[in-house]
Design a protein around this ligand. Structure first.
Ligand code: SAH
Length: 462
């Protein structure tokens, strides 16, 4: 354990600069996290996580979570912005967990991120993760090497097509192939691989919605098979050992809408979680108090786009509209927030470009935002850093939590086609579930915790 962590664990404030852990989260199944990664995530102050990291996994930890991926409707962090974000939290003395899908050093840009730490004198450690190829191999029962059949394996990227390699190995695993399967297989065939070579595409490896497509090189080249990201392409004779009914495909997939998972034993089930806490996340009294006399705030500060969305929803619900903000100065945490504000017909008076203490302070001084009453709509996970920076400049900041990140907004809805059973633990869970999934496929077996929940389920879906 490094000194910084010890200092924090002992409750003493010995840290000046923070510490960064670059961590591999594995390919999807949350249980494929290493013990070391789990221990560090438990003590982290901030977790910056990628697209491929499931929110079920990060939900287990109390750190502030920052999603840096590229899901739709979401602020897209460029690599530079991610580096800056890591740096700013580390410089603020935080323990930063940079959590990446699979292993950080297999097509994970981990090398670039530690380069930034080195250049900036930030201490770090690296914790490896199970890469997608290993996850896919174990969860499809396709060994990557096999005596007499495959004595070498290569990991390659299928993107960009201009960088395709076809190495001289028995087995090849291509990453990042969702849109380039055809091009990759053409290149492999051109290199002399036979049309009969077995090929597998493994989508969503180790997740509840894992899907395997099997065929030969020739078949895959002739027929267009739709491939969804994230997917791996495996090529080699070892793939002929694939069996459709394997240990993972045989497990039933149960969706747990709230409640206790104990009755669904892991020997028989893969558990998929649907948290139902969102409805309780916001305190209506706090919201009413802040919105009642909306003109009292001289500054409104929006740190992210969801804050913008939920603020205007709440504004309308409290019988106000943008005209009530005519005397309020509007600040945006970044340019994406400023764009979101434009959709409501508002041009931000001030947009933060650089996210460090000194420049925020200077900017606020220059703009005269120093003794203001600031209202800051945000998620239930408070960004201490921004709050402190605004307060340091002499402002009084009131945090207004408007939405919960328990089930992130940017999350793709679950694919019910892969679900065998659903368990509803309460009436509220049924209601919450119904707001997202209006229809349930008939095939799914539904279980409920009690009679009231059963009645609500019947009322909602029939
Ligand atoms: N660092 C990651 C790879 C990141 S590159 C690792 O070690 O696994 C992103 C690519 O990884 C995706 O395009 C896909 O090819 C692959 N990938 C990641 N997770 C996957 C999963 N669960 N199933 C299939 N492919 C996956």
């Amino acid at each position: 354990m490094n000194e910084n962590v010890q200092g924090r664990a002992m409750g003493t404030e010995v840290r000046k600069t923070g510490f960064v852990y670059l961590i591999g989260a594995g390919p999807g199944d949350p249980e494929l996290l290493t013990l070391k990664a789990q221990r560090v995530l438990d003590i982290a102050d901030v977790i910056l996580y990628d697209d491929l990291v499931s929110s079920d996994l990060v939900a287990h930890f109390s750190a502030m979570k920052i999603y840096t991926g590229k899901r739709k409707n979401c602020h897209h962090f460029e690599q530079d912005a991610i580096n800056q974000e890591i740096l700013r939290h580390a410089r603020d003395g935080k323990i930063v967990a940079r959590l990446k899908g699979g292993d950080p050093f297999i097509f994970g840009r981990g090398g670039e991120e530690i380069e930034v730490m080195r250049q900036n004198g930030i201490d770090y450690e690296i914790i490896p993760g199970i890469t997608a190829a290993h996850g896919a191999s174990a969860y499809t029962e396709i060994p990557l090497t096999m005596r007499k059949i495959s004595s070498s394996v290569a990991f390659c990227t299928g993107h960009p097509v201009s960088k395709l390699h076809v190495p001289n190995t028995d087995t090849i695993v291509y990453y990042m192939v969702a849109s380039t399967v055809r091009e990759v297989l053409d290149a492999v065939a051109k290199k002399g691989w036979s049309d009969t070579t077995p090929v597998a595409v493994v989508q969503n490896a180790t997740r509840y919605n894992q899907n395997v497509l099997i065929g030969s090189l020739g078949e895959f080249r002739r027929e267009e098979k739709p491939v969804y990201s994230p997917a791996l392409l495996l090529i080699g004779e070892n793939i002929s050992y694939f069996i459709k009914e394997n240990w993972y495909s045989k497990k039933k997939k149960v969706l747990l809408a709230g409640g206790d998972a104990a009755q669904f034993k892991t020997a028989e089930y893969v558990r998929v979680y649907f948290p139902c806490k969102q409805a309780e996340a916001v305190d209506p009294l706090v919201v009413a108090r802040c919105m009642q006399n909306i003109e009292q705030w001289s500054v409104l500060f929006f740190s992210d786009e969801f804050a913008v969305k939920y603020f205007f929803k709440t504004l309308l619900e409290s019988a106000h509209d943008v005209r009530h903000l005519s005397k309020t100065r509007i600040c945006a945490g970044n340019t994406a927030v400023a764009l979101a504000l434009q959709q409501y017909g508002l041009k931000a008076d001030l947009v933060l470009k650089v996210y460090d203490d000194v420049s925020i302070f200077d900017l606020l001084q220059a703009e005269g935002i120093t003794r203001s009453d600031i209202l800051m709509p945000m998620s239930t996970l408070v960004d201490d850093y921004l709050l402190n920076a605004l307060e340091k400049a002499g402002n009084k900041v009131t945090a207004l939590p408007l939405y919960s990140l328990d089930r992130p907004e940017n999350e793709e809805p679950l694919d019910l086609d892969f679900i065998d059973e659903i368990y509803f633990s309460s009436v509220n869970c049924v209601r919450h579930f119904k707001t997202i999934y209006t229809v349930l496929p008939e095939r799914i077996l539904v279980k409920t915790a009690d009679e009231k929940t059963q009645a609500e389920y019947l009322k909602s879906f029939f």
